[in-house]
Design a binder for this molecule. Structure first.
Ligand SMILES: Cc1ncc(COP(=O)(O)O)c(C=O)c1O
Length: 400
């Protein structure tokens, strides 16, 4: 089996563009919350492919739905009607309160669409508003528009010049926000929970300031819920928890359960400014993506939200107990099934230490261990996974 693993890694090293420094593990199979590598080692997955495998791996309902769709019709383009896109848009409208959806294939495309629709809105209004307000520690994706509102200098610098007119504000500082937003501001873009930034929720007071600034100036509010949305916190969207009132919402990740799909959800106020031909995508909202999305939304409505709330309480209690025992953990942040453990040092070593002990986690914002488990994780699986994580944390703590 080693030969298989070595072959995979050597072939990639020769022919795959080296944009990812991967962990030295080749994953070949999954079932629920468990993954297996090419050597037959089993892992409990507390990351779900960065928040994507929302229904766990090889979910029977999702597998049936996409296999049935594959033998019926996969793709027609957006030049024709098919029955599923309107159904999924209707379901998302019911969840979000925003009546229209534009479908695309990833989170960054969803953000890109929101930025374009905000620009289009002001173009239609006959106003040239050049400024977009974004937050420090933000992450919105890697295409040029989304990268322009992503704060990390390392991601941005090699690709400049990016969009002009982006103004950076500190997170959770209502006074700074109220002072900054003006009638030049086209949009304010925020993640209701900053995921890549280390699992940092916006406060209700900050959300209230955004609403107030938007009402005063007309600036549009974009909530990027690619990571925090669709059940991850036990709510359809975290913006409702903090009272934020967005005109545009970007979603992705969990929606397809592993089938690439993203969407911009749009208020009627903005949607009415969009004309035929303003934006487009060949794949966006095809039958396969919509079938997967419908399967996911069915599960969400069928009890997944309350499951996340309940299991989220268990994570809360266990992670805080781990923090109380382990001095390496300085703080625990999160809700439902999105958690960040702030360490007293770089969190990178926790990832291989976890893999050695059979648990998959991720490091973000240098010092944060991030957990985004499949939304279907059961209590016994969570218990075992968190035992393994605590052992990994203890090993890293002991090492220096
Ligand atoms: C909040 C947020 N927005 C956008 C993105 C980009 O999504 P994608 O990687 O699917 O393009 C991410 C990805 O992590 C994200 O967390």
């Amino acid at each position: 089996m080693n030969a298989v693993k070595d072959d995979v890694q050597a072939r990639e090293a020769a022919h795959v563009l080296q944009t990812y420094r991967r962990q030295p593990v080749t994953l070949v199979r999954g079932q629920g919350v468990r993954l297996w590598d090419a050597e037959g080692r089993e892992y409990l997955d507390l990351l779900s492919g960065i928040g994507v495998a929302s229904l766990g791996h090889a979910h029977p309902g999702l597998a049936r739905a996409i296999s049935d769709q594959a033998t019926t019709l996969l793709h027609t383009s957006n030049l024709f009607f098919h029955p599923l896109q309107g159904q999924l848009a209707e379901r998302l409208a019911a969840l979000s309160g925003l009546p229209r959806a534009f479908f695309c294939n990833s989170g960054t495309e969803a953000v890109e669409a929101c930025l374009k629709f905000a620009r289009r809105y002001w173009f239609t209004a006959g106003e040239t508003r050049g400024e977009i307000i974004a937050l420090e520690e933000s992450f919105h994706g890697r295409t040029i528009g989304a990268l322009s509102v992503t704060s990390d200098e390392h991601y941005r610098a090699p690709f400049e010049p990016l969009l002009s007119g982006v103004r950076w504000l500190p997170v959770n500082d209502p006074a700074a926000l109220l002072a900054a937003v003006s009638k030049n501001t086209a949009a304010i873009i925020v993640e209701p929970i900053q995921g890549e930034g280390g699992v940092r929720p916006l406060t209700p007071a900050f959300a209230a300031a955004i609403n107030e600034a938007s009402a005063r100036t007309g600036a549009l509010v974009i909530a990027d819920e690619v990571q925090s949305g669709l059940g991850r916190t036990g709510l359809p969207f975290y913006y409702s928890a903090i009272g934020l009132k967005p005109h545009l919402v970007s979603i992705g990740k969990a929606l397809g359960g592993g089938v690439p799909v993203g969407a911009a959800l749009i208020s009627e106020q903005v949607a009415s400014s969009i004309k035929f031909g303003d934006h487009g995508t060949t794949y966006g909202g095809n039958l396969l993506a919509c079938r997967a999305g419908l399967c996911f939304v069915d599960e969400l409505k069928g009890g997944l939200l309350s499951h996340v709330v309940e299991i989220g309480r268990y994570f809360d209690q266990r992670l805080n107990a781990i923090a109380a025992r382990r001095p390496i953990v300085k703080a625990v942040r999160g809700q439902g099934l999105i958690w960040g453990l702030e360490l007293d040092r770089d969190a990178a070593a926790v990832v291989p230490a976890g893999l050695e002990r059979g648990v998959i986690v991720n490091r973000t914002a240098e010092t944060v261990v991030r957990l985004l488990p499949p939304l279907v994780i059961e209590r016994a699986e969570a218990e075992e996974a968190l035992n393994r994580l605590e052992a990994a944390l203890a090993a890293v703590e002991a090492a220096n």
